[in-house]
Design a binder for this molecule. Structure first.
Ligand SMILES: Cc1cc2nc3c(=O)[nH]c(=O)nc-3n(C[C@H](O)[C@H](O)[C@H](O)COP(=O)(O)O)c2cc1C
Length: 319
């Protein structure tokens, strides 16, 4: 396959595995690279920059193909991003996915070191800002996405609008989990797709088996948006805690009241020990399209095959 994204990132297929707190670690990222896509080691979950270094090194032992690092650039998170950047540059990483806020503060150091910056945004106006700041590509995230989709608009509208609004290549994310989704995104003008939830339910993701099996059994109605009222909209799996959060929000709860329920340590308990009701954890509505736990290679091969047959079907329909 050839798009500006395969050329820019030097990869076989324009398929990205988005950064995932606690999930985007060496074995998964290396498996995506080996299968022809690219994944991002997610800096936010490493306690120290040296822990990040160790995982980058592990990924580099597992694959010689390009890998990236995800940086959450939101000042609210108080992450040691300057040190993370030093480490990733030191380790030869030259592809970074930024997300969470305006990446301007980090642009100079990244561009001065020839890093390809792909910025992830939930709205068209932020895509324009990313282009103006010098991002090499932009990921537009629809409301279907796990993590922080931000707004209420779906990919069907956001993808073509973004394609029409910027000149840099656009990658589509949110709600894509199979070849039909990829074919649709490419048809709308995207030059690549980003998936995260689909890669959670793979053999290489280091999630507890209970989480993967929940995903296999879940429907598209088993996720919803919480934290809207505190300006940090997040799509999460439906469970006891997320329902409680929604109820508290409807009663006007403050951040301080919500924090004990939404803190990251609780998600770690879910992901590591498989206690599904221990906390809120991100999951996209594409979970309704996930019915198995294959290897990453199987996921990517199936997506490419299905995207090709979907596009052939379109050719037949269009005559
Ligand atoms: C469990 C989980 C954790 C995530 N953590 C991050 C993160 O740390 N940084 C980030 O940029 N995006 C994060 N995201 C968002 C994904 O990278 C991606 O934008 C989104 O999930 C794509 O939608 P999909 O899940 O429908 O494929 C996370 C998503 C999930 C499901």
């Amino acid at each position: 396959m050839k798009t500006r994204i395969t050329e820019l990132l030097n990869i076989e297929y324009p398929i990205l595995c988005g950064g995932m707190f606690r999930v985007g670690r060496a074995p998964l990222v290396a498996a995506v690279a080996e299968a022809g896509g690219i994944g991002f080691i997610t800096s936010a979950h490493y306690e120290t920059p040296e822990d990040l270094r160790e995982d980058i090194r592990l990924a580099k032992r597992l694959t010689k193909k390009p890998i990236g690092v995800n940086l959450i650039v939101s000042p609210r998170k108080k992450l040691p991003n300057d040190e993370f950047i030093e480490v990733l540059l030191d380790e030869g990483i030259r592809i970074v996915e930024t997300a969470g806020d305006n990446p301007g503060k980090y642009m100079k150091v990244l561009k001065d070191n020839d890093v390809t910056v792909i910025h992830k945004v939930p709205a068209v106006r932020y895509a324009k800002t990313a282009e103006r700041l010098g991002a090499d590509a932009v990921i537009i995230i629809g409301t279907e996405a796990g993590g922080h989709p931000g707004m209420d608009v779906g990919g069907l509208v956001l993808i073509p609008q973004t394609v029409d609004s910027v000149n840099i290549p656009v990658i589509a994310g949110g709600g894509i989990a199979d070849g039909r989704g990829m074919a649709a995104a490419l048809s709308l003008g995207a030059e690549g797709v980003l998936m995260a939830s689909r890669f959670m339910a793979t053999q290489e993701s280091l999630l507890h088996e209970n989480v993967k099996q929940w995903m296999v059994g879940a429907s598209e109605l088993d996720t919803f948006l919480i934290q809207r009222t505190i300006g940090s909209t997040t799509r999460v799996a439906k469970n006891e805690v997320s329902q409680k959060v929604l109820e508290l929000e409807s009663r006007g709860a403050t951040v301080e009241e919500l924090l004990p329920l939404i803190k990251g340590e609780r998600a770690i308990e879910v992901f590591t020990n498989g206690n599904l009701d221990a906390g809120v954890w991100s999951c996209g509505s594409s979970v309704g399209l996930i019915h198995d736990v294959p290897t990453v290679k199987e996921v990517i091969e199936q997506i490419i095959d299905d995207a090709k047959s979907t596009l052939s079907r379109m050719n037949i329909i269009m005559g």
